[in-house]
Design a protein around this ligand. Structure first.
Ligand code: NI
Length: 371
């Protein structure tokens, strides 16, 4: 079978067998099986799910990495594709099936170009990207220790096949979560003077944290605060003892991230105090913002042009990607690959145009071989 047919068959298999974060056992076994059939080496790594392939060039050079995430989502597929997900309520709705296949294709093509390949390329099949923490599993193995640069790709259903989105600078946001617990004193609903009602305090905190973006962050910096859950009480005539609000803060600039955390804590605690209540803030830090290195962006654009791909400015997003954890170690570049216009990622009708698979593998091979 020609490589194009093989890659299409692999893609369809992965699409039909989506697995959730940290449960990618079948997926890992299948990637392993394919890599062995294709004669690609696998690095010994202590990973429950996910694996790392390696292609060693015959010329001396640096070690570079490509990150391909492998997990699916708890979504009921509604694409009507002939190779629809076999698992009810699970779907590759973020295109990670495409990332896996492009990564395999890249490895196969690099192996064919071993003589011209300078250095080593590690292809990381990373678990649990959707959990925001899967990258840490890979980092724990030490496989990144000798790597000097890392590339990542993502399917982009806002662009046609044959289009590559690249841009220097921040392209995704830091993803942080907060939980504020406001503690008052419960009492009868008819006698608020007997207690301390946490509800108006919580409402004032919801209003207060909205001023972080409008009053504290530089107006030229992207940032947002969303309160997404607000809970208090369980009936109509009792003033509850506590109210809880939860939400997310998204920032791109590092300083803004520090500032936003400080302001959420200050506002929550001082507003609660002004109402006679007390607030405690729990801050759950997620991945930092993904930042595209200028030099790597240039190389990535050149490789795209060499492959006849159309280069467009990459849209940045207030969503996140744990790819940024690798960038705490080495410079990185996160590329958006046009997969044909259609439903957005994480939607039940999201689809990847199969035509882009081989072209993407060829592009990645060009990029990783070319330096
Ligand atoms: Ni994704």
């Amino acid at each position: 079978m020609e490589i194009n047919e093989r890659l299409t068959a692999y893609f369809e298999w992965f699409h039909m067998h989506p697995e959730l974060s940290y449960e990618e056992f079948e997926t890992t076994a299948k990637i392993k099986e394919i890599l062995m059939e294709e004669g690609i080496d696998i690095l010994p790594c202590d990973l429950e799910t996910g694996l790392v392939a390696v292609v060693r060039g015959e010329r001396p050079g640096p070690v570079r990495a490509l990150r391909c995430d492998i997990d699916g989502l708890p979504i009921w597929e509604e694409t009507g594709l002939p190779y629809v997900s076999l698992y009810e309520g699970r779907m590759h709705a973020c295109g990670h099936d495409f990332h896996i296949t492009a990564g395999i294709g890249c490895a196969v093509l690099l192996k064919e170009r071993k003589q011209e390949l300078a250095g080593t390329v590690k292809i990381i099949f990373q678990p649990a990207e959707e959990s925001s923490l899967g990258a840490l599993k890979i980092l724990e193995t030490g496989v990144m220790e000798d790597v000097d640069r890392i590339w990542g790709l993502h399917a982009d259903p806002t662009n046609e096949a044959g289009t590559i989105g690249i841009r220097e600078g921040y392209v995704t946001a830091a993803v942080d979560r907060f939980v504020v617990t406001v503690k008052g004193v419960g009492c009868h609903g008819a006698h608020p003077d007997d207690g301390i009602d946490p509800v108006p305090a919580a409402a004032a905190i919801v209003q207060g944290v909205q001023t972080i973006v409008s009053r504290n962050v530089n107006a030229f910096h992207p940032a947002l605060v969303s309160v997404t859950r607000l809970e208090a009480g369980n009936t109509w005539n009792v003033i509850p003892e506590t109210a809880v609000l939860e939400g997310t803060v998204r920032t791109m600039d590092r300083q803004d991230r520090v500032l936003a955390e400080k302001r959420v804590r200050e506002l929550a605690e001082s507003i609660a105090r002004a109402y006679g209540a007390q607030a405690q803030t729990e801050w759950i830090a997620g991945p930092p913002a993904v930042y595209n290195d200028g030099g790597m962006v240039k190389v990535s654009i050149e490789a795209a042009k060499a492959r006849g791909l159309k280069v467009v400015p990459e849209e940045s997003s207030m969503g996140g990607d744990d790819f940024s954890f690798y960038e705490e170690k080495v410079p990185g570049c996160y590329i958006k690959v046009g997969t044909g216009k259609g439903q957005l990622i994480h939607q039940p009708g999201f689809m990847v145009d199969e035509k882009v698979i081989l072209g993407t593998a060829e592009y990645l091979a060009e990029l990783l071989c070319g330096e």
